[in-house]
Design a protein around this ligand. Sequence first.
Ligand code: DAU
Length: 326
Amino acid sequence: MQCRENKQFGFVHGDICDARLVQSLFRRHDFDLVVHFAAESHVDRSIVSSGRFVRTNVVGTHTLLDCALNAWKSSSADRRFHHVSTDEVFGSLGPADPPFTETSRYDPRSPYAASKAGSDFLVRSYAHTHGLPVTITNCSNNYGPYQFPEKLLPLTIVNAIAGEKLPIYGDGGNIRDWLFVEDHCAGIALVLKHGRLGETYNIGGGAEMANIDLIGLLCDELDRRFAADKSLAASFPRCPAASGGSTRKLITFVKDRPGHDRRYAICADKLAHELKFHAETVLADGLRRTVDWYLNNERWWRAIQTGAYRDWMKKQYGAALTGSNA
Ligand code: DAU
């Protein structure tokens, strides 16, 4: 069933920094569970301008915490505030370093990561000082349907099928651990039900890969798709695969992201041991499902490519995507 068809579902378009609005929602609904996903999340945007990141991620989290504390002060029994965070708070790993655990030292290195670290600390402080019943999860790189095409994977897919260049920062050797979004949600759902209050759990995909290798896989997947389904060439004639070429030829190395973290890797043993969680989606399947989704939902991502999106692309990549390919 679609969420919107569920009678218990309600959507409020608001700002998490708006304390009056958030308070009124707590009064109206007597929430017993808050799952805090809201964030400004794109590292590159935080490098260009970080004020919104501090506002939403730090002030917004503080507002939610305060409202929960006030609403639950008479009794916090059977209540829970769950905070969704990121592995980026732990900084960057060397090639031989062990993966991040829940007790790794915080070492955020972008304004985005610093704002998420600040929000994690606020959540922990409300648990320690005020006894607010909280849990936190720190995840690795998500991918899957409905991801905004500013992140590496959806950006690559929509550019590739439109025959546009695929920007790879630096030497493409930066490593991320890829987590299919449904696995992330399954991990969060388990923590909501059975996670111990006051605890932090890492959620990883167990799929570390260098960006250049990942983008290569994605290009090969598109080539296979176009070879198997000739109707795709009619829908997306500008993709090199439409005329039997290799999508890899769109790969373009561009100027590196300032302060670009080299490697993230997650140790998710705590979640595996305590709650028996394992990410089920292997990377090849997840990529296939993601490519499928973007091929079948052109209307969704075309609607995003408005003026504001085009301005961002121009500001972020400038002439790099109109120059020659690698
Ligand atoms: O690790 C979890 C984090 O993953 C989340 O907390 C962040 O909200 C999310 O944005 C993501 O951060 P990354 O910076 O790793 O994701 P992004 O998709 O921006 O980049 C993934 C990698 O690809 C990174 O090494 C930078 C590189 N990249 C990214 C873009 C947008 C490129 O080479 N070219 C690009 O055009």
